[in-house]
Design a protein around this ligand. Structure first.
Ligand SMILES: CC(C)(COP(=O)(O)OP(=O)(O)OC[C@H]1O[C@@H](n2cnc3c(N)ncnc32)[C@H](O)[C@@H]1OP(=O)(O)O)[C@@H](O)C(=O)NCCC(=O)NCCS
Length: 211
């Protein structure tokens, strides 16, 4: 079985697996309908997944999630491999706003969060964003480390942003995507390519494992 990952756009056929990862990752998970809207209707949204095409799909975490995604099952559904990570972003008026990012718990620590973040920033640049921002729980130091690595700085706080426990959010941003930042992004990509064997569906960028 190949362990080559594919970074590609999310489709409605992915929603079932995305919801499984979502529920394993977030205390306030988005609904299948929200994903349906982001993929099909929100013209500012860019949604992506990282797939292991030759592996079987991840099983749903509970039977009821199968029922809830039922409306999105299509007669001619394309076979989907195993989804390991996903992310989303809204791009509007020069701002790329990362809306969500997660890796399946079994695949964390393998640079897939990083690959997804890289992919989102790259798409933001292609859509002519001049800055990137996001919100993150103040307790989520793992995600903050990832963002920091990619040049994000804390630029503000949104008090009680998360309704489940009234936790504050840090606003983190790459305030200016300039030539200097693009050069840094190239160096991040070069380092990433040494670690993960992947194909980027959009750019055709590849990485190859060192034997
Ligand atoms: C945040 C998340 C997407 C990171 O994905 P991942 O694939 O596990 O992370 P990666 O292997 O790509 O690691 C990239 C960087 O993240 C940081 N990081 C990852 N795991 C970490 C850990 N256990 N402890 C501290 N920092 C960590 C590090 O900076 C790491 O780079 P480094 O190893 O060079 O220091 C993942 O932990 C996740 O899905 N969390 C739950 C959902 C979530 O919190 N999303 C963010 C919402 S704002």
């Amino acid at each position: 079985m190949s362990d080559e990952y594919l970074l590609r756009p999310m489709t409605i056929d992915d929603i079932g697996q995305v919801i499984t990862i979502e529920r394993l990752s977030f205390s306030m998970p988005w609904s299948p309908l929200t994903y349906f809207y982001e993929i099909q209707q929100n013209r500012s949204a860019y949604m992506a997944v990282i797939e292991l095409p030759d592996a079987p799909p991840i099983p749903p975490i509970m039977e009821s999630s199968r029922f809830q995604i039922f409306p999105f099952r299509r007669r001619n559904q394309k076979p989907v491999g195993r989804l390991t990570a996903y992310g989303g972003m809204w791009v509007k008026h020069g701002e790329a706003h990362i809306s969500t990012i997660a890796a399946h718990p079994d695949y964390r620590g393998q640079r897939l969060g990083e690959l997804m973040l890289y992919g989102l920033i790259q798409r933001g640049i292609e859509c002519e964003a001049d800055h990137v921002m996001l919100e993150v729980r103040i307790s989520n130091t793992v995600a903050q480390n990832l963002y920091h690595k990619y040049g994000f700085e804390k630029t503000g706080i949104r008090p009680m942003y998360y309704h489940d426990n009234n936790e504050d959010a840090y606003v983190m941003a790459v305030p200016t995507i300039d030539a200097d930042y693009r050069r840094k992004l190239d160096t991040y990509l070069t380092a990433l390519q040494q670690k993960v064997f992947f194909q980027d569906h959009f750019t055709g960028q590849n990485s190859f494992k060192e034997e």
